[in-house]
Write a new protein. Structure first.
Length: 563
């Protein structure tokens, strides 16, 4: 009989020559440590052959999940000083919440003695309310009355509009008769005619009022039926909301997290200190908190962390098979902020200014505007943590300039052309061309792979990923329209150099359109959000054509990429 797989895993490879990190991984921006990479490779070999897990990611299996899953490894030392690692996954894995050899949920609300069992009375009450709501919404009288009311409102509108149009014609006819007969008839005859026309007008108004009252009576009868049922539905839904909120608060209070100092806080305690105030759904079930919690509970010392995607990419987000990703900010940043207290953690690299003492080249300027070549890894405008930016540098260079200076922006890692306006009128004139899309922009990018085709159009709507800012996601319901034209320049050494012509200017548009499976499915080299980190992001704003803000002369500026 085989032994149960231990949650504390020892490395199958010799790791004695690998130097341990001096600090624990900063989870929101990191390059995985060699031990983390090795642990992930060992786990990935297991995932490929695991009898329960492998079918969940096999496209030919009926058990295959619609998208992949985030897995994590945590390199630790146990109480005996032995080096090993823990493995875990975010949330549930198909129908599995707990698998042998993987860290468990921090709080398992599904087990027989868990949350729902203890809150059986509240759960039953909510289920009873749900049943009542479903019954009312399925009531044939209610359904028929709603359908009839909708039809009656449409018929009333048509009938009233038609009658008003007829009355307008009759009114014009009476007006024409008056005008025609006034010069023909005697005063007495014309007065008699006019009195008759007035009676016709009053009759028409009366008939319109009768028609309106008829339809209002029909509509009110149907509305009385729907209103009485909808009032009951609204009451039940409000009651359900209150009970669900109460249950949710109890659930959040049941999720408790340790930190390195042994202090414990619930989800409610942690998120009460944030802008959100209330924890988002599924907070606490991500891989990183589960791994660190298990380590603390078993007196393991955390050494290094890494999370990777396994399986198919979801349609909305950029997730590549086997790629490492940072922890999400929306759900995990407050939780891990608490859990890592007391632990010596790597400095936040986002607080380091990579542009310190780097010059900005001004390649053209006149009385009204300037063209600068923004270096890569340089902010266009001041950030949350770093003030140094093109804007701050231009304020120093042009102390007498008026207006916002910056006409448009480039992502921090993107290099290339930026336009600087020296006065308010020039800024307004230049920005208007961006808004009206009357100027032309061209970017150069190197893609991390060979793509098919020579040119094309990508149209994928984008919006912010609220759980993981600043990452963007494709969203056909709420996303903003985004369109990019592309053409291949050359293919070399397993890479593809392309031109991008952004028709719209959404945040991370070119990076998302390059990397997304429904775009080019090939990230830009060095894209640390949607691809793999390198020495820089190989994206450069190479050319721009616009009209001079004062003379309206058509101008083109081109700055060659450095890669």
């Amino acid at each position: 009989m085989s032994q149960p797989k231990a949650i504390f895993r020892t490395f199958t490879s010799d790791v004695q020559s690998i130097e341990l990190p001096t600090k624990f991984t900063f989870p929101f921006y990191y390059e995985p440590h060699p031990l983390t990479i090795l642990a992930a490779e060992e786990l990935q070999q297991e995932l490929s052959a695991h009898p329960l897990i492998a079918p969940l990611f096999d496209q030919d299996s009926p058990e295959c999940l619609p998208t992949g899953k985030m897995f994590g490894v945590l390199v630790v030392k146990n109480e005996e000083g032995q080096l090993g690692y823990l493995a875990g996954f975010s949330g549930k894995l198909g129908s599995y919440t707990d698998l042998e050899g993987y860290v468990p949920l921090i709080f398992d609300l599904w087990n027989e003695e868990g949350f729902f069992a203890k809150e059986e009375v509240e759960v039953k009450a909510i289920n009873t309310i749900n049943a009542k709501i479903e019954k009312l919404e399925a009531d044939h009288v209610y359904i028929n009355a709603k359908a009839l009311l909708k039809q009656q409102l449409a018929d009333e509108k048509t009938a009233i509009e038609q009658r008003k149009a007829e009355l307008k014609i009759l009114k014009n006819e009476r007006k024409a008769i008056r005008k025609e007969q006034e010069s023909i008839l005697s005063a007495e005859e014309f007065q008699a005619l006019n009195d008759d026309l007035v009676r016709q007008s009053l009759r028409d108004k009366y008939e319109l009022r009768v028609l309106t009252e008829y339809w209002q009576e029909q509509i009110n009868t149907s509305r009385d039926i729907t209103t009485s049922i909808e009032e009951e539905l609204n009451f039940l839904k409000e009651e359900r909301k209150n009970k669900s909120n109460g249950l949710q608060q109890k659930l959040f209070a049941s999720y408790k997290f340790l930190n390195y100092k042994g202090e414990e806080q619930s989800l409610l305690d942690i998120f009460a200190k944030t802008v959100l105030q209330t924890p988002p759904a599924a907070a606490g079930d991500c891989a990183a908190p589960k791994l660190i919690q298990y380590a603390y509970e078993h007196n393991y010392t955390p050494i290094a962390l890494g999370e990777f995607w396994w399986g198919e990419s979801p349609k909305s987000e950029i997730r590549k098979h086997q790629h490492f990703y940072p922890s999400c900010r929306g759900k995990c940043e407050p939780i891990l902020g608490h859990m890592l207290e007391g632990l010596d953690v790597d400095d936040n690299p986002l607080l380091v200014n990579p542009a310190l003492n780097r010059p900005i080249d001004v390649v053209y300027e006149d009385e009204y505007f300037a063209i600068v070549n923004k270096p890569e890894d340089f902010l266009s405008v001041p950030g949350i943590y770093i003030l140094d930016s093109v804007y701050e540098r231009m304020k120093l260079r042009y102390p007498n300039a008026t207006g916002p200076l910056i006409v448009h922006r480039l992502d921090m890692p993107t290099s290339g052309i930026l336009i600087i306006a020296k006065d308010k009128d020039s800024h307004k004139a230049l920005q208007s061309q961006f808004i009206k899309k009357s100027l032309e922009k061209r970017y150069v990018a190197v893609l991390d792979g060979i793509i098919e085709g020579e040119e094309g159009i990508i149209e994928l709507p984008l919006r912010i990923d609220f759980d993981d800012r600043p990452r963007q996601m494709v969203c056909y319901e709420y996303g903003k329209y985004a369109k990019t034209r592309w053409e291949v320049i050359e293919r070399k050494d397993g890479k593809t150099k392309v031109y991008f012509y952004p028709i719209t200017g959404r945040t991370h548009q070119l990076r998302m359109h390059a990397s997304h499976p429904d775009g080019l499915n090939t990230p830009i080299v060095g894209d640390d959000l949607y691809g793999t980190k390198a020495d820089r992001l190989y994206l450069h704003a190479e050319s721009i054509t616009f009209r001079h803000p004062k003379t309206f002369e058509l101008m083109t500026f081109t700055i060659k990429e450095s890669f």
